[in-house]
Design a protein around this ligand. Structure first.
Ligand code: PLP
Length: 359
């Protein structure tokens, strides 16, 4: 299967490790094993394949994140979950609507499978939320799948509940599946921390989650799909070919983390709120950029006012200051850069970015 270059991942591989101030990150500073309240049982954990689609203990912990009962399968991160959904659901010629900016998997994998991909661009003037009238025009009975990411990376937008229900109504009317990539679910800065999950409100809703963002454990490489049983059976059929099982320690630590998630949330919100305050104060003194403050997630888009392509902007910035940002072009958003506001050393990094912009 030929597939487009995964622009974000290529960029991060090249520039992230050498950054003095890494603002490309979408993660909240990862936890250590020692931060988790694990018990001595870990040393007796058999390092076999374990339960193939995830341990009962882990699946029960994942189920607590939902209001209704779902079929759940555990995957190699959300990246594995998304891929399995596409492989299970899509065939050449199918129509897929992908809401962008988003994680590039959502349009490049369907494209590589030979689907007809329609990109629906979120707009800054709509606070990075979908315009329902426009969405209603783009989704038709020919559409098989709508892909979205809520809360959204990179914009930090969170779809309000009523709007989410309206999107479901549009999908239902056209008999369209919705893949909602919910890896930032649980990180809302306003209102309840958890938005409704698509799996809880739509019979053709597919929820993808993971340990990476909301639970600050990206190194565990554990994600999941929660959806209705027939789809999850189909996913498990595909899954035999690329997963077998996730690693037994990853499965164990994920279960422990989810069973004790309150302390993780507390830590997250402290870091997120500090980050937003620092960002907000910096924005007040930096008229060279424009930014819609995040409602959730870990990132925002900055619109800069220089006549410079975003890749050149980021290269120059990093070479001169050591500050790494993600070029908007890698997200199909030329003229913008993505900033992770939960990054370590945010304040000195923004100070350097401010000097750079003023020069
Ligand atoms: C929206 C989105 N989906 C999926 C992923 C992949 O996450 P994971 O580490 O769980 O594979 C990311 C990672 O940045 C992401 O931002």
């Amino acid at each position: 299967m030929r597939i487009a270059e995964f622009k974000i991942e290529e960029w991060m591989n090249k520039y992230e490790a050498s950054a003095l101030y890494d603002l490309t990150t979408t993660c909240i500073s990862p936890l250590c094993i020692n931060d988790l309240p694990f018990s001595k049982e870990i040393f007796d954990l058999k390092l076999g394949y374990g339960d193939i689609t995830g341990s009962e203990r882990l699946k029960a912990a994942i189920q607590t994140l939902y209001e209704r009962d779902h079929s759940i399968t555990v995957t190699h991160g959300a990246i594995g979950a998304n891929q399995l959904v596409f492989l299970s659901l899509l065939e050449k010629g199918d129509e897929v609507v992908s809401v962008v900016p988003t994680y590039q998997q959502h349009y490049s994998i369907p494209g590589a499978l030979g689907c007809r991909v329609k990109l629906y661009f979120l707009k800054e003037e709509n606070f990075w939320l979908p315009d329902l009238e426009e969405l209603e025009k783009i989704i038709t009975p020919d559409t098989k799948l709508l892909c979205l990411n809520n809360p959204n990376n990179p914009t930090g937008a969170v779809i309000p509940e009523r709007m989410f229900e309206k999107i479901v109504e549009i999908a239902r009317k056209n008999n369209v599946w919705i893949l909602s990539d919910e890896v930032y679910r649980g990180l809302n800065l306003i209102g309840k921390p958890y938005s409704k999950s698509i799996a809880d409100i739509y019979e053709k809703g597919i929820s993808v989650g993971s340990m990476s963002k909301t639970y600050s454990l990206p190194g565990l490489r554990v994600g999941w799909v929660a959806a209705r049983a027939d789809l999850v059976n189909e996913i498990n059929h595909q899954r035999q070919y690329n997963t077998i099982s996730v690693s037994a320690p990853d499965d164990y630590f994920s279960a422990v983390a989810l069973e004790n998630k309150d302390f993780i949330h507390e830590r997250n919100f402290k870091i997120m709120n500090e980050g937003v305050n620092i960002l907000n104060n910096w924005l007040k003194n930096t008229p060279e950029v424009r930014c819609i403050l995040p409602k959730g997630g870990t990132t925002v888009l900055l619109k800069y006012n220089l006549d410079l392509p975003s890749r050149d902007f980021c290269k120059k910035l990093q070479a001169e200051t050591g500050v790494a940002l993600l070029p908007g072009e890698t997200l199909e958003m030329e003229g913008y850069v993505r900033l992770g506001f939960c990054a370590e050393n945010l304040e000195p990094a923004l100070e350097k970015l401010g000097y750079f912009l003023k020069r």
